[in-house]
Design a protein around this ligand. Structure first.
Ligand SMILES: Nc1ncnc2c1ncn2[C@@H]1O[C@H](COP(=O)(O)OP(=O)(O)O)[C@@H](O)[C@H]1O
Ligand SMILES: [Mg+2]
Length: 175
């Protein structure tokens, strides 16, 4: 392991396990780690809303970059359901993305990674991950086997599958 590791997170618990494995490898081999998150506006907001601690993410995001959101509803589903680029709620989606990458980066530092950066993209998640991987020259991409999707199937999630199919480098999928 000589160059760079990329880990993709959607904020799910499985993705956090991917962050932890990627961090352990990056720390051991002393290579930089990039945390990537793809924002996909207008796509399943329910996934975002299913993040266990979404309200805490919002609180964290607001604390880091104080912006007045008119009303942060009790259930985040309503807020995200119809989010489109240009919407007010888009800023919140962006900040939640930043917040979950920040959490991943903090975990990576705790686990001893010296060089950690974050990258967010607005794209189809798999395409976005592959794009960032190329851009940073990643030698390995680490993803979760599952993400925030509703289906609790045994099969690989569709984002993970697409990354695995199209990446030029090694891909590790974490259970
Ligand atoms: N929007 C995203 N940004 C970055 N990584 C993602 C995103 N969506 C999924 N991933 C990565 O892909 C893994 C598998 O998720 P996915 O294939 O979407 O499964 P599911 O169908 O269960 O949501 C996640 O653990 C994460 O590593
Ligand atoms: Mg998903």
């Amino acid at each position: 392991m000589k160059t760079h590791i990329l880990v993709a997170t959607d904020g799910s618990d499985t993705a956090m396990r991917a962050v932890e494995l990627a961090s352990e490898i990056a720390a051991k081999f002393e290579v930089p780690l990039t945390v990537a998150h793809a924002m996909h506006f207008g796509r399943p907001p329910e996934e975002l809303a299913r993040m266990a601690e979404v309200e805490h993410l919002v609180e964290g995001a607001k604390a880091r970059a104080p912006v007045d959101f008119p009303d942060v509803p009790d259930t985040m589903i309503g807020l995200f359901r119809d989010t489109r680029p240009g919407d007010e709620s888009m800023r919140l989606v962006t900040m939640i993305g930043d917040e979950l990458m920040e959490r991943a980066a903090e975990r990576a530092k705790e686990l001893g990674v010296k060089s950690v950066s974050t990258r967010s993209v607005v794209d189809d998640p798999a395409e976005g991950i592959l794009h960032v991987a190329k851009d940073v020259g990643a030698e390995m991409i680490v993803v979760g086997h599952r993400g925030l999707g509703r289906l609790k199937r045994a099969v690989l999630g569709s984002v993970a599958q697409k990354v695995l199919d199209h990446a030029d480098c090694t891909v590790v999928s974490v259970r």
